[in-house]
Design a protein around this ligand. Structure first.
Ligand code: SF4
Length: 74
C-alpha cells in the first residue's frame, strides 16, 4: 500500500497506509511537519513524501508481499 497508495483522514492528514492511519502515524514532509492534503496540493507533487514511516508491523505487511495488505504467502 505505501508503494502506490496513501490514506487520508477526514481532517486532511495524510498517512503512508491505512495501518499507519489507524496507529495515528502521520506522513511527514521533508521538514518533519505533518503532511496534509493542502500541502500536497500546494506542492503539486507527491514528492513531499520522501520517506515512508515504518514500524514493527511492516514486517507482517511488506507492502503487498507479506501476510497482509493484499500480499501472498510464499
Ligand atoms: S510496509 Fe508498513 S508502511 Fe508500507 S503499507 Fe505495509 S504497514 Fe504500511
Amino acid at each position: 500500500m505505501c508503494r502506490d497508495e496513501i490514506s487520508i483522514d477526514y481532517l486532511g492528514y495524510v498517512y503512508d497506509c491505512d495501518f499507519n492511519q489507524i496507529m495515528n502515524l502521520l506522513a511527514k514532509t521533508p521538514d518533519g511537519e505533518n503532511l496534509t492534503v493542502a500541502k500536497l496540493l500546494e506542492a503539486g507533487s507527491l514528492d513531499l513524501i520522501n520517506k515512508v514511516q515504518t514500524v514493527a508491523y511492516c514486517y507482517g505487511c511488506t507492502a503487498g508481499t507479506g501476510s497482509n495488505c493484499g500480499g501472498a504467502l510464499v
